[in-house]
Ligand binder design. Structure first.
Ligand code: EPU
Length: 421
């Protein structure tokens, strides 16, 4: 198992490029099940989650090939398999995205229930509610979701739960409704840029969707879809993580491809914390003097502060000059990083769904353990500013969602290396 070693204290300087968005490409890959023609994706990041989705799609009769390092071709050559087994689904929750397309195109699906993970319980009741409204019969048997539908019919669907809209739930229902008979409206649809991107891709395939980017999607079903080509949008979470890396080290970093229109809430938070953010042509520059003001922040559905940036911003606030309150509204239990940051001398206390972050003068490098993707990113950021050496184990979590993070940071001057064991 690889680990990462960081000797902190170097202000990062230079330019780095944000890659394609993991959370945009995964549902689009699943949508390739909606046709037997070839779908081609460019700017696809080389990540473990993308590989896991390829494995699931292969199991479902899809030819999945990286024809170039960042170009992926998918073609459903055998449309009879309908089983996504637990051994593959358990590696990545986003595999639930195949449920809607399978049902719409093949009329049946057996997909293992993804179960919980370290960031919380992560139910799929809204996915199932939406698909049932379209006419699917759904049962849970021996840990699998078993769904079938001779014909899906358009319906009016409200997709909201106790924590607001659902990103992958919207993707799933949308990807089924495109082939349903008649009109579907999804109320309280998630409006994250990744959902918008799926809509754009489905439209290229021939789907009829309006209200893209809003909370009310209207889908007019069509009888078939064709293959399409699409370039993946830049990863807003990777971009924001790199901006925090520049900020926390008191550096000067230009993140090429970072899109300010996707990052308004994060940019606003960084400015409140005292970091200088400048929008430049084709990217965002961060400059910081290494002194940070505390702030209270709350994660919210888009366009609010993304839950996927909560841990990284907490690492930054851990070295701010004062007390901050970080409230998690999407995944109330997503606080595994608190204990590990504590090993690095951070002073953070969990109070219900909030964390009270009492800024400290410095963090101290320590052996720490990555627990999930974004928590691991927070530990890397803390390691970049900590005194002495930080050693992060279980970095396979980072590889799920950041392509060669340590190389990108090393090019900016960080003393960081991957240790192979
Ligand atoms: N929820 C329900 N019922 C459902 C579905 C969701 O109650 O059927 C709840 C969840 O428990 C949560 C809230 O609704 O409280 C929002 O969850 P959502 O469904 O939006 O999350 P997701 O679609 O499973 C995606 C991203 C996550 C990201 C969340 C929120 C992908 C592959 N995953 O998950 O990304 O945190 O949206 O923005 O797109 C990550 O990249 O590290 C990551 C976890």
């Amino acid at each position: 198992m690889d680990s990462i070693e960081i000797k902190g204290g170097v202000p990062l300087k230079g330019e780095v490029r944000a890659g394609g968005a993991k959370n945009a490409v995964l549902p689009m890959m699943a949508a390739a099940l909606l046709t037997n023609e070839t779908c081609r994706f460019t700017n696809v990041p080389k990540l473990r989650d993308v590989d896991s989705m390829c494995m699931i799609l292969r199991q479902l009769g899809v030819r999945a090939e990286r024809v170039q390092p960042h170009t992926l071709e998918l073609e459903a050559i055998d449309e009879s398999p309908c089983l996504a087994p637990y051994s593959l689904v358990s590696q990545m929750r986003a595999s639930i995205c195949v449920l809607g397309p399978l049902l719409a195109r093949r009329g049946r699906a057996r997909v293992a229930m993804p179960g919980g993970c370290v960031i919380g319980t992560r139910p799929i009741d809204l996915h199932l509610k939406g698909l049932r409204a379209l006419g699917a019969r759904i049962n849970i048997d021996r840990g699998d979701v078993i769904a079938d539908a001779r014909k899906l019919r358009g319906a009016e669907i409200y997709l909201g739960g106790p924590h607001g809209s659902t990103v992958l739930g919207t993707c799933n229902v949308l990807s089924a409704a495109v082939l349903a008979e008649g009109i579907t409206t999804i109320e309280n649809a998630a409006c994250e840029p990744e959902v918008e991107e799926l809509c754009r891709f489905l439209k290229k395939m021939g789907a009829k969707i309006s209200g893209i980017g809003t909370k009310r999607l209207k889908i007019e079903g069509v009888t078939s879809l064709k293959g399409a080509e699409h370039s993946t949008i830049p990863d807003r979470i990777e971009a924001a993580t790199l901006l925090v890396a520049g900020a926390i080290t008191g550096g000067d970093v230009f993140v090429r491809k970072a899109r300010a229109d996707h990052l308004a809430a994060v940019i606003d938070a960084l400015r409140q914390i005292g970091v200088k953010i400048t929008e430049e042509a084709n990217g965002i520059r961060v400059t910081s003097n290494g002194k940070f003001k505390p702030m209270d922040l709350t994660t919210l559905p888009y366009p609010g502060i993304p839950t996927d940036m909560q841990a990284q911003l907490m690492a930054l606030l851990a070295v701010a000059d004062g007390i901050s309150v970080v409230t998690e509204r999407i995944f109330p239990d997503r606080f595994m990083h608190i204990a590990e940051l504590g090993r690095m001398r951070a002073n953070i206390r969990k109070e219900g769904t909030s964390a009270i972050v009492i800024g400290v003068k410095y963090l101290s490098g320590a052996p720490v353990m990555a627990s999930d993707l974004r928590a691991s990113a927070a530990l890397v950021l803390a390691g970049l500013v900590a005194r002495n050496t930080t050693h992060i184990s279980r970095v396979y979590h980072i590889d799920r969602g950041y392509e060669r993070l340590e190389r990108k940071l090393a090019r900016l001057g960080a003393r960081i290396k991957r240790l192979k064991t």
